[in-house]
Write a protein that binds this ligand. Sequence first.
Ligand code: ADP
Length: 330
Amino acid sequence: MEEVSMRVAVRIRPLCRGEILEDEEVCVQIVDGQHQVKVNTPEEVINFDHAFGPNLTQKDVFDTCVHPLVPRFIEGCNTTVFTYGQTGSGKTYTMGTLGIIPRAIDDIFNLLNEKKGIKYSLATYYIEIYNEELRDLLEKKNDMNIILRDDKWGNTECAVNTKKDLLHFLEEGSTRRRVGNTLLRKRSSRSHTIFTIFLRQQRGHSQKTKDGIVKGEEIISKFTFIDLAGHERMGRSENKMRFNESININKSLSTLAQVISSLAIPNTDKAHIPFRNSKLTRILKDSLEGNAKTVMIVCINPASTLDTLTSLKYANQARDIKPKTMVNHV
Ligand code: ADP
């Protein structure tokens, strides 16, 4: 993968059994081999960095989009994967306990094991942002709002000693997100979730020199996996609570798009990037700027024309953050 800070991929899921039985038509397809997506009505072709059709596997998506980020994370860069799309478009399938995150965890441990002699520690947190409020999916009773001020090592996370620990936290938080009454299930599709892995590495030893003790270097990096709620269509019949939820989802998504497009403009005045306008962008600040490497995967339900166009156009704005390479020296 070439050195670009933000890549955007599209994944079109197959029609499900119910949709086939209902004779739903496929409104979107991939043209020109891999990179272009064509929507049927109105006819439109949109370019992406990668496009995955219904026959491509979880491994194909992971190997192309996420595998190349793992060495960057180990080097000390912040790396981020988003999935975005309407409810039912395949976000959880792509990201969740059978998708990208467990494969990334495998890769991270494999690479760390190959690097003989480095001293490192890992930690994680798993949260949900619902209606602009944060909830800890691992239920550690920490004050989650600390991470709004500064999302750094030591604030809210759980220590991880083994790969099994990390997979356990992923499973635990995902179950907490899924399980519950109907209200909670509805809520889960109207929230953004963030699963973060912190890596702290000690490079070099402290040494005694004639100038005193020279400390080894500590490097901390974050790998963040975000399942974004899809845009909400605002209906007149909605009750007040649902109306407020929709406003909050759409506001945080448009703030994210503004932040991403401001970052794409060279020499933008940092003070004018609207990170503070939503909880999501406050938390993601250091995952998006500077040395960060990011992939957004837009999931598409091929039976839904209106949602497909909304999702594709939204994701298209996210392309083109300019490259930089640095590591996070603490
Ligand atoms: P979302 O998280 O966007 O609401 P899900 O991930 O739950 O959607 O997917 C909706 C349904 O479609 C699930 O039954 C899921 O198993 C299925 N599905 C999604 N993507 C694929 C895919 N690429 N291949 C096969 N089935 C898929």
